[in-house]
Design a protein. Structure first.
Length: 753
């Protein structure tokens, strides 16, 4: 997988600290570490830590160590160790020769514990866990010394040896640091260092019967490995004073420093190991790699790409401010990635028979259908069979169309994707009045879906020919929980979504049967799917839906506005949506009914809209960014909490209208505006989000892409010209979508000869 370190344009306080340390000579090499505990699988929150630990080291030419924090043999296993390594490598990172374990340092930690005892800075305490808790005091009252706090060093040393040898039962004693029972930070009130665990360790066997606690093992392991920047999530900021105390009182070979940033929390999921274990062990999911799980294994099996996960955490940025990320942002990043990776095909999930009465029975034509839309510069197509009997989605036809329905209905013409324009001539009902068959006639002059010379076409729908269609198992995943913060006020299990998985059989075009396990496809008008490697078979892919084409969850979760009271009198047809006077005026300026209604209902939002339009007279563009994009980027922040105002939004809309920024790049600019404020022009310039116009830079990217795939270059020059589209896509990815596709093609043609 090709992926970069933390982007050069990504500014954050950690980067500033590292740059200052290198500038002043405090450090000459950046050394970080990623220290997971091997007691479960990594999850989406760990992606941010991996991106920070490995990415920061890589960005400054340093190195990152992978260190297993294997200090609790009750919960750890080699299976988890292997899974963690696999996940990190899948994300595109490697630690080289620097693979370590906290257990590598058990002998040194034991020797340092003896050093602290000899210096009067640690002692063996025989109080129970409850007694220790009671004598530590509270945040308002100091602790009280226990009966063994002043135990002679020789006695503590002897007892520690018995503890380590396994002579004592679990819980009989602990080794505690002797610091300050009145310290305002509870972590400093004689914290425990060792506990007795008469349990074999998956690496050290029965060598030890005591195991170090996190605070005792962590900082010293950093010092042994020469870590310069020990980064962790914000909940460990209270631990930093203890981290420093241990280092200050030991003869350590180096002096690392701990830095904290806000951890990643994602709405509609749980990330605590305890809850994830419960989901697996209680059978709520089918394992750690269940595609509904927020684990890296689950996201990988669902079909998320490494690039999309890393882009997601980079877009969120690094700060000390806690936040709850909207999963829609993650879904948008994978849509952006898969748009240029997933070929298009057609399948029908809920079939309704469509009979083309003007088509000769028993005859089949084969229509050429591109795998890629016009905005994706890749080549490739397949032949799609067209026959008299077709299948369409059931909800693409309404016998009595509701207002706003823009698909097939009585008397209407509709375009069949890649096929013909067809016109409804009738439909058949079963005994219960349910539509079972729709009859149409086709216009032979519209082959390929071209527009007829006369008459209105109500839209485009997908379809498959019924008889040569292949049946494919499709798994539709929804969010695992129904509320943004599961378990906030009650047992998290009560918030599980009972409809988080639907398994159905789809009818697909024959070409889909050749889909390779582990590959992606976009089922047109439905979503992006992934052929699961574990269950797919030759000719029988099993498709996991990665994401729908649009964010349908937000629309379903949003409370609907109260319906207007119906006018008195008989109702002969469904009423059209009634807009208030303000919304009607907005709709007349090109806004959709939904955008107009949202602005009418929110005075503050409408004030922003008016101010932005005054700065850039493009009501439709500004409404789209204000009503749709800004809420996603701002998450739960109110307008008056944002570090920018309507003029900046207006300028962003202008850059989009001018073609200076593409939609994906503009969304990145908006995310930075929400996080930091500033000028859209400056952000686009400094973060290198503007379109790539430098021919020399483009040529360097082209040369690098070709150099990375010498076998494909040789195959292309040997006659496999279809690889041209692959190279175009690769260059677009390497340029982060900034290159102009036409210039890319010209540069490629020149380079490939």
């Amino acid at each position: 997988m090709e992926r970069s370190a933390v982007s050069e344009g990504t500014s954050n306080f950690i980067r500033q600290i590292i740059e200052e340390d290198l500038r002043t000579g405090r450090h000459t090499t950046v050394v970080t570490r990623f220290p997971p505990e091997p007691n479960g699988h990594l999850h989406i929150g760990h992606v941010k830590a991996i991106w920070m630990d490995f990415g920061m080291a890589e960005a400054y030419g340093g190195r990152c160590h992978l260190r297993m924090d294997d200090t609790n043999p009750l919960k750890e296993s080699e299976d988890y160790v292997d899974a963690i390594q696999h996940d990190i490598r899948w994300l595109g990172y490697d630690w080289g020769e620097h693979f370590h374990h906290a257990s590598d340092y058990f002998d040194q930690l034991y020797a340092w514990a003896q050093h602290l005892i000899r210096n009067g800075l640690a002692y063996v305490d025989e109080q129970t866990e409850e007694q220790i808790r009671a004598t530590r005091g509270t945040v308002e009252t100091p602790g009280t010394p226990g009966p063994w706090r002043d135990r002679p060093a020789a006695e503590s040393l002897a007892l520690l040896e018995r503890m380590a040898r396994g002579d004592l039962p679990d819980g009989a004693m602990v080794l505690r640091a002797k610091i300050d029972l009145a310290h305002p930070n509870m972590k400093m009130r004689d914290p425990p260092m060792y506990r007795i665990r008469n349990t074999p360790h998956h690496r050290t066997g029965t060598r030890w019967a005591i195991y170090p606690l996190y605070d005792w093992a962590h900082g010293q392991s950093d010092a042994i490995e020469g870590i310069t920047h020990s980064m962790c999530s914000l909940e460990f900021d209270v631990n930093r004073v203890l981290y420093d105390w241990f280092l200050d009182h030991l003869p350590v070979p180096s002096r690392p420093h701990q830095y904290e940033w806000a951890r990643l929390n994602v709405a509609y999921t749980v990330l605590s190991k305890r809850n994830l274990h419960a989901l697996v062990e209680e059978g709520h999911v089918a394992g750690w790699d269940d595609p509904r799980m927020p684990t890296i294994a689950g996201l990988r099996r669902r079909g998320f790409t490494p690039r999309s996960l890393l882009a997601f955490v980079e877009r969120l940025g690094v700060s000390k401010a806690a936040n709850l990320a909207d999963p829609a942002m993650l879904e948008n990043t994978v849509r952006d990635d898969l748009n240029a990776l997933a070929p298009r095909m057609m399948a029908v999930l809920d079939p309704l028979e469509l009979v083309v009465e003007s088509w000769a029975a028993g005859t089949t034509d084969r229509l050429d259908a591109s795998h890629w839309p016009h905005d994706v510069p890749r080549e490739g197509s397949r032949a799609v069979p067209f026959a008299r009997r077709l299948l369409i989605e059931r909800d693409d036809f309404q016998a009595d169309p509701e207002p706003g329905f823009k698909r097939l209905a009585p008397g209407r013409a509709i375009r069949l994707r890649h096929g013909f324009v067809v016109t409804h001539v009738g439909h058949d009902l079963d005994a219960e009045g349910r539509v079972v068959r729709v009859r149409v006639r086709h216009d032979p002059t519209t082959r390929g879906g071209t527009t007829p010379a006369t008459g209105k076409v109500w839209g485009t729908i997908h379809w498959v020919a019924a008889d040569p269609a292949v049946q494919v198992e499709v798994r539709l995943f929804e969010r695992l929980f129904t509320v943004p913060e599961p378990g906030k006020d009650r047992d998290f299990r009560l918030d599980l979504n009972p409809d988080s998985l639907r398994v159905l059989t789809a009818h697909a075009e024959p070409a889909l049967a050749a889909m390779a396990p582990g590959s992606h496809v976009q089922l047109e008008r439905i979503g992006y799917f992934y052929a699961e490697p574990d269950t797919s078979r030759p000719g029988r892919p099993v498709l996991n839906r990665v994401v729908p084409l649009k964010d349908t969850w937000t629309a379903r979760a949003r409370p609907s506005a109260p319906a207007p009271s119906p006018a008195p009198g008989p109702v002969s047809a469904p009423a059209a949506r009634v807009l208030g006077p303000v919304a009607a005026a907005l709709a007349s300026r090109g806004l959709s009914d939904e955008e107009a209604a949202v602005l009418e209902a929110d005075d503050a939002l409408r004030s922003w809209f008016d101010a932005a339009v005054a700065a850039h007279d493009s009501p439709k563009t500004i409404a789209t960014w204000l009503v749709t994009e800004l809420p996603r980027a701002a998450e739960r922040r109110a307008l008056d909490e944002l570090p920018f105002g309507p003029p900046a939004l207006a300028r962003l809309a202008a850059l989009v209208d001018e073609g200076t920024l593409t939609g994906p790049l503009a969304r990145q600019v908006l995310g930075i505006l929400v996080a930091e404020g500033g000028s859209p022009d400056r952000i686009a310039q400094e973060r290198r989000l503007l379109p790539l116009t430098d021919e020399v830079e483009l040529r360097k990217i082209v040369d690098a892409a070709l150099a990375a795939f010498p076998d494909k270059v040789a195959a292309f020059r040997g006659g496999r010209t279809g690889l041209f589209g692959f190279f175009v896509g690769e260059i677009m990815r390497r340029s982060d979508g900034r290159a102009d596709p036409h210039r890319v093609r010209a540069a490629l043609e020149a380079a490939l000869g």
